[in-house]
Ligand binder design. Structure first.
Ligand SMILES: Cc1cc2nc3c(=O)[nH]c(=O)nc-3n(C[C@H](O)[C@H](O)[C@H](O)COP(=O)(O)OP(=O)(O)OC[C@H]3O[C@@H](n4cnc5c(N)ncnc54)[C@H](O)[C@@H]3O)c2cc1C
Length: 400
């Protein structure tokens, strides 16, 4: 049997977990089904607690040098023109990173994996897809499709960080309850300088409008706009992604004589789901494999990084300290599933409800609440601490 801990999936969560363990000299093998690290357009916001963890792993500085530091964000009402602006400098006494870092998640996984190569106890195997897993009291046996054919790996612990469709979760027979929205999200990126189109536009904006709400974000390279859409058939999906439709949505956001240059366009399904447990025996889940939510507030990947960091600490206690694995994994489950995920699910669902209301009275009240909160430094500070996920990480660590 190999003593190496197996991690399935080299996304943000699996990569962070592998780096933490490798830095403590623990043998770890990261299996990624693709031939290289995926480069899709997904998360782009890193909150302060994630940056603190990534700093402890020695990668935050490279990420900050590569990304965009955003110290204020805005909630804009398109009808009234009102802007509620939150200045993250208000939490400078709480964290060394009082800002949101805007950086594509694939840039982060590349930086983390480059660092991982410095540690001889880590092995990263691309083109290795986990197909199934079975366990007994002492080991987990994992069937893997590799470039050389099917292979069997045996490990003391298998960690599933293989995303929302997790094969590891399915192999362990763990349910993934929740719901999928009828609505989908269309994400488009453009090099057009949107900051020239709106007065004082910050790099993170939530824009409400009874006809069409949207999120406008800047990453280090491009502006990215997220629109809700409701295609019902494959033909309607093709239309939503068409040049004509994408141009029409951007022109509605800001009309200009020229067409927009488009970088990427992607259509995403949106879910709210949490697995019924985060572990079964020697198989443990982290990241999207055990919780998914809508991207409003940027909490999915961040939550996965927080899982990875928490779980890595428990694995160190098991491997180095001889702690009992069942007890440690149960603690991980209590800290991460019962509390942190409840927070994330509630916040993301309510963020979406607030954005999408078509009732003008609800829109007015929402904007007024945000304007009042932003204008009061005590309330604004509490609002920012909550949305920066600082409270939820601290509260989860307090769970015994
Ligand atoms: C439009 C959009 C915007 C978002 N914005 C944000 C944001 O701003 N902030 C935020 O926090 N979150 C955001 N999210 C969510 C975020 O992208 C995910 O939460 C995050 O990618 C989860 O990371 P992960 O490592 O758990 O899983 P993934 O990123 O899905 O990685 C899983 C990895 O496992 C690999 N894999 C899958 N199956 C197998 C297998 N059987 N064997 C081996 N390897 C396998 C995959 O190839 C992949 O590399 C956004 C999501 C979307 C869709």
């Amino acid at each position: 049997m190999s003593h190496s801990i197996l991690i399935a999936g080299a996304g943000p969560c699996g990569s962070v977990l592998a780096l933490y363990l490798a830095q403590r000299g623990i043998a770890v093998t990261l299996l990624e089904k693709h031939q290289s690290l995926p480069r899709d357009l997904r998360a782009s916001t890193f909150h302060p607690p994630s940056l603190e963890m990534l700093h402890a792993l020695g990668v935050a500085e490279t990420m900050i040098a590569q990304g965009l530091v955003v110290d204020r964000y805005q909630y804009r009402d398109r009808k009234s023109g009102e802007v509620a602006e939150f200045n993250m400098g208000l939490i400078a006494d709480e964290t060394a990173f009082p800002f949101r870092l805007q950086l594509e998640q694939y840039e982060m996984t590349q930086i983390v994996n480059a660092k991982l190569r410095e540690y001889p106890s880590a092995t990263v195997l691309f083109g290795h897809e986990v197909l199934s897993a079975t366990q007994n009291e002492h080991t987990v046996t994992v069937e893997v499709a590799t470039p050389e054919g099917r292979k069997s790996f045996t490990t003391p612990f298998l960690i599933g960080t293989d995303g929302a469709s997790s094969m590891v979760r399915k192999a362990a027979g763990i349910g993934f309850g929740g719901f999928t929205y009828d609505e989908k999200f269309l994400v488009v990126s453009t090099p057009f300088p949107l900051e020239t189109a709106f007065d004082n536009l910050s790099y993170v904006n939530y824009i409400s409008d009874p006809d069409e709400w949207c999120v406008v974000l800047r990453t280090e390279k491009l502006w990215r706009v997220l629109f809700p859409v409701s295609p019902k058939t494959p033909e309607e999906e093709a239309f939503v992604l068409s040049e004509a439709h994408v141009q029409a949505r951007l022109q509605h956001l800001h009309a200009r004589a020229e067409p927009y240059e488009i970088g990427h366009r992607t259509l995403y399904k949106v879910h709210q789901r949490v697995s019924e447990t985060y572990y079964k025996g020697r198989i443990v889940l982290a990241g999207d494999a055990c919780h998914i939510n809508n991207p409003l507030g940027g909490m999915g990947m961040n939550g996965g990084i927080h899982d990875a960091y928490n779980l890595a600490g428990k694995l160190v206690e098991i491997i180095e300290g001889g702690a009992e694995h069942g007890e440690r994994f149960a603690h991980y489950d209590r800290q991460r599933r019962e509390l942190a995920v409840r927070f994330v699910q509630e916040h993301t669902i309510s963020n979406k409800k607030l954005m999408e209301s078509t009732d003008p009275d609800v829109q007015i009240k929402r904007q007024q609440m945000l304007m009042d909160t932003a204008a009061d430094p005590v309330k604004a500070r509490a609002f920012i601490l909550e949305r920066a996920m600082i409270h939820c990480v601290r509260d989860s660590l307090a769970v015994t």
